[in-house]
Ligand binder design. Structure first.
Ligand code: AKG
Ligand code: FE2
Length: 420
């Protein structure tokens, strides 16, 4: 029923469904799988901290023994920086300016970005109660599952490379060179890689484990938390015991690839994930709307079974600012899922999945994240390293400067001067 993957074809407008708070473009709605900092999907390990430590102990002695703490009394004669240009809303930039006067003395004269990043970390400690409540709910939900769920295939919960992965993939990972990776991968458009990855038996066991969990939850009268706001079906693997195995999966089998292919986009520092299975078809989720993932790097592997449709469509890599810009013809790429085969892409590569109109399709999704990268990019506005439109803007700016320089040079020459 399924066709071969990796085929590049033209396609008319991407289809999109409505739904919760979609962000619209001229021709389609584009939804982010989740928001920038706090995803609609839960963070892994209850790991909500995106930076390192934060010490927020106001009430310091005048001697300031602990130089890393905020000071109770502001330094009145300190003139705070302005932060409006960092893409913050007005109240946040004012808050930053006020908070700056309480910074430890050692930081007061640090570069502005360093101060901003320090303060941002502190403010995260004061997450809105709704988010704290959500984390608490998630914790209780997982505890409830772990206290009584009996896995069907215990062997899936411990990494077993030979049983999980096909030999070609394992060899490439063991060799651990760009050349060995490329020898098993196709890159039909820049930044999207397709390759054979999972053993058929592993795929079948994982599907049946997910179905077993659903049945158990139904019997236990437990309302299953879905992977994200785009899915009404599917399960979060991290919720029922897969966290440790998936950590290893990412550390040993995705990070080596992402270090090479997505280094400029956080691929070298992946440290958390959201792992889930989507289930598409009749009486399930039919299609996945046009969106970007809440991930730095996404692995999407088809597990089976029999189905028609469900093709992925990609429409170019964009930063937030350029999320709704049109696609260029060379960015248009359609891919037909093949069981056992993986698609690896940048989380910000705009995509969706067409209707699975017959049979059932199960896919394993790993949204891989880097807290370090997120922290670093917060104050950045130029993503020309990977955003096509930022890159174009940068080139245009350079061209304008060069032509202005040429014009000025010509004028100076005409007036009998010299250009340096
Ligand atoms: O159904 C698919 O294969 C796409 C799913 C997807 O893009 C996602 O869950 O982020
Ligand atoms: Fe996605």
């Amino acid at each position: 029923m399924h066709k071969h993957g990796g085929k590049k074809s033209k396609q008319s407008n991407s289809k999109s469904s409505g739904g919760h708070s979609p962000r619209r473009t001229r021709s389609s709605s584009l939804r982010r799988g989740s928001s920038l900092r706090r995803p609609e999907s839960p963070p892994e390990n209850g790991n909500t901290s995106q930076g390192g430590k934060t010490s927020v102990e106001v009430g310091e002695s005048s001697e300031e023994k602990e130089m890393s703490r905020l000071m109770l009394n502001p330094v009145k004669n300190h003139k705070p920086e302005k932060y409006e240009d960092l893409g913050l809303d007005i109240s946040s930039s004012l808050l930053f300016s006020s908070l700056e006067m309480h910074l430890p003395r050692t930081l007061l004269r640090a570069p502005r970005d360093q101060k901003a990043s320090y303060m941002q970390e502190i403010l995260h400690e004061y997450a809105p109660p709704a988010l704290i409540y959500r984390d608490q709910l998630q914790k209780e939900y997982r505890e409830k599952i772990m206290s009584s769920y009996q896995p069907l295939h215990q062997e899936l919960y411990t990494m077993d490379p030979a049983a999980f992965f096909v030999p070609t993939f394992l060899e490439a990972i063991n060799d651990n060179t760009e050349q060995s990776f490329r020898s098993i991968m196709s890159e039909p458009v820049p930044g999207i890689f397709t390759f054979e990855m999972l053993q058929p038996h592993f795929c079948e066991l994982l599907i049946s484990e997910a179905e077993h969990f659903e049945k158990w939850a139904y019997k236990a009268k437990l309302c299953v938390m879905r992977p994200n706001t785009m899915n009404k079906y599917g399960v979060v693997l991290d919720d029922f015991g897969f966290q440790t195995m998936l950590n290893k999966f990412i550390e040993d089998f995705i990070s080596p690839l992402s270090k090479v292919f997505y280094a400029e986009a956080g691929g070298a520092t992946l440290d958390s994930h959201h792992g889930f299975i989507v289930e598409c078809g009749l009486h399930r989720d039919v299609e996945t709307e046009f969106h970007v993932d809440d991930s730095e790097v996404t692995l999407n592997v088809c597990l089976g079974r029999q189905f028609s449709g469900g093709e992925l469509y990609f429409r170019g890599l964009r930063c937030d600012k350029h999320l709704h810009t049109i696609s260029h013809s060379e960015e248009i790429f359609d891919y037909s899922h093949v069981p056992g085969c993986a698609v690896l892409h940048h989380g910000r590569h705009r995509h969706g999945a067409r209707a699975t109109f017959a049979g059932h399709r199960f896919n394993l999704l790993l949204w891989c994240r880097s807290s370090f990268y997120r922290e670093m990019q917060k104050f950045k506005r130029d993503f020309s390293g990977w955003c096509v439109e930022c890159n174009q803007e940068k080139k245009d700016k350079k061209d304008r400067m060069l032509s202005a320089y040429d014009t000025t040079g010509m004028e100076i020459l005409r007036e009998g001067g010299t250009t340096a």
